[in-house]
Design a protein around this ligand. Structure first.
Ligand code: NAD
Ligand code: 0WE
Length: 258
């Protein structure tokens, strides 16, 4: 039933084997999708090597550097897709960044540049990548991004990232409204806290995970592969009637009041 054979999927946001994007890429591959992987390049090419080794078993047909702060890298990513694939079916947006200084302390002290960076990388990039994907999704498509409850509720220390996620979730709705007539669906998965490179750098993440394990209806957190399964669903024809939605993959935590 869940079949993605013949679908070309671009996956952003893989940094290591804990990345949510890695869980998604594995499940899309399992469902038969043809993968293109982008990574955030660094000067020494360490990231390129690490991510290339990790994704090798998934046989990606494209492997490209794409720093979303660099207009040229985005341009050449989508030019390569047009040349090599002709059409794009699936776009996975799985990246976020805020300065560590802005993920603790008083939200009112967020600097102008910190605010701009967080929203540029974490929010604007979805708009930018979707705009570049639109002309390539000639047979319709599915765009999926990753969000967090801190975009809807005030969660300690999430601060400027919460503002970025609120903007991201609203961008999902405006993009869904614009791209719907072209049969391109746009949805977000709101994942519960998972230990990844990004979250492990955050003080108190383990306490948050323990809290979720006590309160969430399923009495546990979720895994990258569970998020990957929900993403595969949102990318497949099984979800053909769903667009503009935020799907909570959080072991039920979001429904609880206490
Ligand atoms: P991660 O560190 O594995 O992934 C973040 C990715 O963002 C990395 O691959 C990094 O290279 C990429 N990135 C950062 N700046 C970039 C730039 N300028 N250009 C291109 N890529 C850039 O961490 P993760 O937890 O897997 O995060 C993936 C997504 O999931 C993020 O949107 C995050 O907000 C979201 N999310 C995470 C959790 C969690 O608890 N881990 C929960 C809900 C949502
Ligand atoms: O979206 C995220 C992670 C976002 C993130 C994390 C970092 C840490 C390292 C963005 N930028 C950076 N920059 C760094 O330098 N999550 C949902 C995970 C997360 O982050 C939190 C959380 C949770 C959960 C930050 C504070 C409080 C809770």
């Amino acid at each position: 039933m869940l079949n993605l054979t013949g679908k070309n999927a671009l996956v952003t946001g893989i940094a290591n084997n804990r990345s949510i994007a890695w869980g998604i890429a594995q499940q899309l591959h399992k469902a038969g999708a043809n993968l293109g992987i982008t990574y955030l390049p660094d000067e020494r090419g360490k990231m390129e090597k690490k991510v290339a080794e990790l994704v090798e078993p998934l046989n990606p047909s494209l492997f490209l550097p794409c720093n979303v702060q660099d207009e040229d890298q985005i341009k050449s990513t989508f030019e390569t897709i047009r040349e090599q694939w002709e059409k794009l079916d699936i776009l996975i947006h799985c990246l976020a960044f805020a300065s560590k200084d802005d993920l603790s302390g008083d939200f009112s002290q967020t600097s102008r540049s910190g605010f701009n960076t967080a929203l540029e990388i974490s929010t604007y990039s979805l708009v930018q990548l979707s705009g570049a994907a639109k002309p390539l999704m000639t047979e319709g498509g599915s765009i999926v991004t990753l969000t967090y409850l801190g975009g809807v509720r005030a969660i300690p220390n999430y601060n400027v990232m919460g503002v970025a996620k609120a903007g991201l979730e609203m961008s999902v709705r405006y993009l869904a409204a614009e791209l719907g007539p072209q049969n391109i669906r746009v949805n977000a998965i709101s994942a519960g806290p998972i230990r990844t490179l990004a979250s492990s750098a955050v003080g108190g993440i383990l306490d948050m995970i323990h809290h979720v394990e006590e309160v969430a209806p399923l009495r546990r957190t979720v895994t990258q592969l569970e998020v990957g399964n929900a993403a595969a669903f949102l990318c497949s024809d099984l979800s053909s009637g769903i667009t503009g939605q935020i799907l909570y993959v959080d072991a039920g935590y979001e429904i609880m009041g206490m």
